[in-house]
Design a protein around this ligand. Structure first.
Ligand code: BTN
Length: 246
């Protein structure tokens, strides 16, 4: 087992990703070390947003990785791997979860998990990768400012045992991570694409202030989103360049 060989539990942290980064800098913990917190005072989300989570209701973890065999230009494979592992776990309970590019986990049209991957790159190598995961489990009330939140309990009405779910999540991550390191990365990419939210569906997007319609068709090798517009033109977008509209 690589992921979960060591788990550090905390009652409260500012952010598990921040704590993981400090540990990597100061003592370089073994690969696969997991930082778990019951509560975060400054949880970090994508695009500089915050991640809010009620105490002891959800899974808040960061995993320390040293994926030396992944070239910096291929770093999106880490995102795909982690997204698929979470979707493996969710699918075990409620099949049909989707991945909203780049890495939101969507179930019944609600975002039930978010991923924040922070890579430290030096020269031509990824020195470390911190994979932060927030999985909404038993929380049912969310602040109004959170866009489209959901949780496993909200959808299933089951109260989940966080410890059991954590073990299952770490096992799913371990399996997928080993495939990423030693197996066929092409399959990871194909599976990720096949699970994309709104794949091939006519959808509305906004980019550079304009709204347009198109269909998500593919992901580039660098992890960019490829949309075919209704005029039949393929356009490629980075994460900061595009918003999905409902
Ligand atoms: C997103 O905006 O979708 C990404 C959210 C990532 C949240 C998790 S919670 C555990 C880890 N620590 C953080 O500060 N952020 C990530």
């Amino acid at each position: 087992m690589i992921i979960g060989s060591k788990i550090l539990f905390f009652d409260t942290l500012s952010s598990t990703n921040t704590k993981a980064a400090i540990l990597v800098r100061n003592e370089k913990p073994p690969e696969g070390t997991v930082i778990f917190a019951d509560f975060q005072t400054s949880g970090k989300g994508q695009k500089g947003s915050t991640w809010e989570s009620e105490k002891r209701k959800n899974i808040l973890i960061s995993i320390i990785l040293y994926p030396e065999s992944v070239a910096p230009e291929d770093q999106f494979i880490i995102s795909m791997t982690v997204s698929l592992a979470i979707s493996d776990l969710v699918d075990k309970y409620i099949p049909g979860c989707r991945i909203k590019w780049p890495n939101d986990i969507i179930l019944n049209d609600k975002k039930i998990a978010g991923i924040l991957i922070e890579n430290s790159i030096s020269g031509s190598a990824i020195k470390s990768s911190i994979a932060g995961i927030g999985l909404n489990v038993n929380q049912v009330d969310f602040p109004e400012n959170i866009p489209n939140p959901g949780s496993l309990k909200q959808i299933t009405n089951i109260v989940f045992d966080i410890e059991v779910l954590l073990k299952e999540l770490l096992s799913a991550l371990d399996n997928r991570y080993k495939t990423m390191l030693y197996g066929d990365r092409k399959n990871i990419r194909l599976e990720y694409i096949s699970k994309l939210y709104r794949l091939n569906e006519l959808s509305r997007f906004r980019s550079a202030g304009s709204v347009f319609e198109g269909r998500i068709r593919n992901i580039s090798d660098e992890g960019l989103l490829i949309i075919e517009t209704i005029e039949g033109r393929n356009m490629t977008f980075s994460f900061k360049e595009i918003d999905y509209l409902s």
